[in-house]
Design a protein around this ligand. Structure first.
Ligand code: UDP
Ligand code: MG
Length: 341
C-alpha cells in the first residue's frame, strides 16, 4: 500500500463524534399477541436503525399481557442484544397504557412510538431525525394515503377527526397516528401529565412544542390480525371526545332549552285553541309521541352525564396507568481490552 492510498483511507474515516452528537434513539413498541410478526419485525427494524449514521438506538418492547409466545420470543431477543429492552406488564392494559409504559421506560434523546406489525415503515425514521436536527421537537409522520385501511375505517376515522376537531379545543392532526418523533423535553412533558385515562393522540397534541410533518405511505400489517374491532374503535372515539371536550355535556342544556321553548309555544297555542274552539278529546297519539321523544332525549342526556361521571370516578381513584411485572435487558458486558506487548 503506498502513501497515497493511506491518505485516501484517512480522509474517508468519519470524524470522531462527541457523545452529545450521537443521540440515542428509543423506538417504543407495544406488543399484544404479535408472535407472527416478531421475527420479521426485528429482521427489518434492527438493520434499518443500524444504518442511521452517528446514532445509537434501543428498542423498548412492552408486552401488553400477550397470551401467545410473544413474551418468550421478546425475552429471547433481549438476552442476546442489549439494545433490546423488554417491559412485561402484569396483564393486558390496552394499547394506550402499553404505549405510556414504553415511553416512560425509554431513555433516548428522541423517542419514536412504533407498531409491532411494521405498518409504520422504518425508512421514515431518518427523515424524522433530519427534521429533529433542524430544531423541531415533534416530527409527525402523516399518512398520505390510507389504502391499507378498509373503506369503513377510513370513513369513520374521517368523521371522528372532523367532529373531534370541531368540538374540542385541542385539534388532533388528521391522518397522523402514534408514529412520530418526540424530543426528550416533549417526553418529559408527557410524563408530567397526571391523568390515568390516556388518549395518547390527544395528549400528544395537548403538549404542543415546535412541530414539523413528514409524509409516508402506511403499509399493510406484515402478519397477524388487527387488535381493534369496530366496538373497540367506537369506545376509543368516545374516549377521545370526552377526554378533550365538554361540548357533549353542554349541548343538552341547549337541547333542553329548545324543547322547553317549543313546549311553551305549543302550550300557549293549545290554550288559545281551547278558548276559541272548546275542548277536543283526540290527541293521545301525539301526546304519547311527545312523551317518548322527551323520555329518550332525557335518557341520552343522563347517559352522557354518566360517561363523564364514570371518567371522574376513574380519575379520582388515582390508580397507576399500568403495572410492570419485570424488565428484561442483557447487561452490556465490556470486552476485556487486549494490549499487544
Ligand atoms: N396493541 C397493544 N395492546 C392492545 C392492542 C394492541 O399493545 O390491547 C399493540 C399491537 O400489538 C400493535 C399496536 O398496538 O403493535 C397497534 O395495534 P394494531 O396493529 O392491531 O392496530 P391497527 O394498526 O389495526 O389500528
Ligand atoms: Mg396495525
Amino acid at each position: 500500500m503506498n502513501n497515497y492510498n493511506d491518505a485516501a483511507i484517512i480522509a474517508e474515516l468519519p470524524l470522531p463524534i462527541a457523545p452529545a452528537e450521537r443521540p440515542l434513539i428509543s423506538l417504543v413498541v407495544p406488543f399484544y399477541n404479535e408472535e407472527e410478526a416478531i421475527e420479521v419485525f426485528f429482521a427489518t427494524v434492527i438493520p434499518a436503525l443500524e444504518a442511521i449514521p452517528a446514532t445509537d438506538f434501543e428498542i423498548v418492547c412492552v408486552d401488553d399481557g400477550s397470551r401467545d409466545a410473544t413474551l418468550q420470543m421478546l425475552s429471547d431477543k433481549a438476552l442476546y442484544d442489549s439494545r433490546i429492552v423488554v417491559v412485561e406488564l402484569t396483564r393486558n392494559f390496552g394499547k394506550e397504557a402499553a404505549l405510556t409504559a414504553a415511553i416512560e421506560s425509554a431513555r433516548g434523546d428522541v423517542v419514536i412510538p412504533f407498531d409491532a406489525d411494521l405498518q409504520d415503515p422504518p425508512d421514515v425514521i431518518p427523515k424524522l431525525l433530519d427534521k429533529w436536527r433542524e430544531g423541531y421537537e415533534v416530527v409527525l409522520a402523516r399518512r398520505v394515503n390510507r389504502d391499507s385501511d378498509t373503506s369503513l375505517k377510513k370513513m369513520t376515522a374521517l368523521w371522528f377527526y372532523r367532529l373531534h376537531n370541531k368540538i374540542a379545543d385541542i385539534k388532533i392532526p388528521e391522518n397522523v397516528g402514534d408514529f412520530r418523533l418526540m424530543s426528550r423535553s416533549v417526553v418529559e412533558a408527557l410524563k408530567s401529565l397526571p391523568e390515568s385515562r390516556r388518549f395518547m393522540k390527544g395528549l400528544f397534541a395537548w403538549v404542543g412544542f415546535k412541530t414539523a410533518t413528514v409524509d409516508y405511505v402506511r403499509e399493510q400489517r406484515v402478519a397477524g390480525q388487527t387488535k381493534f374491532s369496530g366496538w373497540k374503535l367506537w369506545n376509543f372515539a368516545l374516549e377521545g371526545f370526552t377526554s378533550f371536550s365538554t361540548l357533549p355535556l353542554r349541548v343538552w342544556s341547549y337541547a333542553g332549552g329548545f324543547i322547553a321553548a317549543l313546549a311553551i309555544v305549543r302550550g300557549i297555542w293549545l290554550i288559545v285553541r281551547t278558548m276559541v274552539y272548546g275542548v277536543d278529546v283526540p290527541g293521545y297519539a301525539s301526546l304519547a309521541t311527545a312523551v317518548l321523544l322527551l323520555g329518550g332525549i332525557q335518557l341520552i342526556g343522563i347517559g352522557v352525564l354518566g360517561e363523564y361521571i364514570g371518567r371522574i370516578y376513574f380519575e379520582t381513584k388515582n390508580r397507576p396507568v399500568y403495572l410492570i411485572r419485570k424488565k428484561i435487558q442483557a447487561s452490556r458486558v465490556k470486552a476485556p481490552v487486549q494490549v499487544a506487548l
